[in-house]
Ligand binder design. Structure first.
Ligand code: COI
Length: 354
């Protein structure tokens, strides 16, 4: 398929003060888009001016949420060059989500090349300061105007770019986590492993209740027994328990996070034993109280590495250590961002330079 590149008329004004960059509020001048229908497959790939979509009000995505997305980042490195972190892994996961949601798969090589071309054209939008990056959001939606419930016959795949700062207002400050024993995020056989908008929409009510009570995020328990911790809305969870690393196994209810994978690899490189196993909420609460649970942090593209300061469950709260960012969490954050910003060698071949 040919990629057509259309001109933009008037570039937008960029944010001059990068310390004011927030998460996902500002978008660049261009976007990528391609369309699918059953007869032609994917076609009409373009890089064009960023702008609103024209959608039929009956488009399937608006009624039955047939939608998937991805999140990855491009970094301005210390030598001024630009590199993307593990884009092939995100595109492969995009296709796994597509399969789960009965959507057409994309040609991974073509999407990667289009993505690199888009970032190349928007290179001036990649911010320079520590902690900032260009967040990349590939998305696919069902566009066929049809109200019956079945997989649509028409789709739009697009990519937008957003220069971002830290996901949480406090940057790498410890977050306060509420463990919900009422709401559930994902059940066995459901869509928990797919990156689909409905999973996030379904999490909003618990997140709102958590925020009203002064918590930053919700940690979900498994749907079957409400006993084992799974993931937080925008991140996977990793625990330093005794001297081992424990994280939930990937059994269909937890997102296969690319940052999770990277963190586990870097921790294994440091000699940590990794246990991908169900960890009960009792182990978390007791471990934090008796000191066996030394550190806990979330991993995600948007949040990077996010330390946990305390967990609250039912009417009980426990602080981790002194409530500050743990030593290993800080080292891991440093190591991962050193690789992303090109300050340390990329031993695992995670980075693709423009
Ligand atoms: C990401 O970390 O890229 C995500 O997609 C989480 C998001 C919902 C902010």
């Amino acid at each position: 398929m040919k990629l057509e590149i259309l001109p933009i008329s008037q570039p937008k004004e960029k944010i001059a003060d990068e310390s004011k960059l927030t998460f996902g509020t500002k978008f660049t001048d261009r976007m990528f888009a391609m369309q699918f229908d059953r007869d032609q497959g994917w076609h009409s790939a373009q890089i064009k001016p960023y702008g609103p979509l024209a959608l039929d009000p009956a488009a399937t995505v608006l009624h039955y949420s047939q939608e998937i997305f991805e999140g990855l980042k491009a970094f301005r490195r210390t030598d001024g060059s630009i590199a993307l972190f593990r884009p092939k892994d995100n595109i492969a996961r995009f296709n796994r989500s597509a399969e789960r949601m009965c959507m057409p798969e994309v040609d991974e090589q073509f999407l990667l090349e289009s993505l690199l071309e888009l970032v190349r054209l928007e290179a001036d939008w990649v911010p320079n300061s520590e902690g900032t990056s260009l967040y990349i959001r590939p998305t696919m939606i069902a566009t066929e105007p049809f109200l019956g419930v079945r997989p649509a016959d028409q789709y739009l795949c697009y990519i937008i770019l957003s220069p971002v700062g830290a996901y949480y207002k406090g940057g790498i400050a410890p977050v306060k986590i509420w463990i919900s024993d009422h709401y559930v995020r994902a059940a066995h056989g459901g869509t928990g492993e797919a990156k689909t908008g409905g999973n996030y929409a379904a999490s909003l009510m618990a997140a709102r209740e958590a925020a009203e009570q002064g918590y930053d995020q919700v940690l979900w328990l498994d749907a079957r027994e409400k006993k084992y911790v799974e993931e937080v809305g925008s991140m996977n969870m990793v625990f330093l328990y005794d001297d081992k690393i424990i994280t939930s196994p990937l059994k269909g209810t937890v997102l296969d996070g690319i940052t999770r994978r990277s963190a586990l690899k870097l921790l294994a490189d440091r000699g940590y034993q990794i246990e991908e196993r169900a960890l009960s909420v009792d182990e978390v609460m007791e471990g934090a109280a008796n000191g066996r649970l030394k550190e806990a942090f979330g991993t995600g593209t948007a949040v990077v590495i996010s330390p946990v300061g305390s967990f609250c469950y039912q009417d009980h709260c426990v602080q981790l250590g002194n409530g500050e960012t743990g030593e290993l969490t800080m080292k891991l954050y440093q190591e991962l961002t050193d690789i992303q910003y090109g300050r340390k060698p990329d031993k695992h071949d995670w980075v693709i330079k423009l």
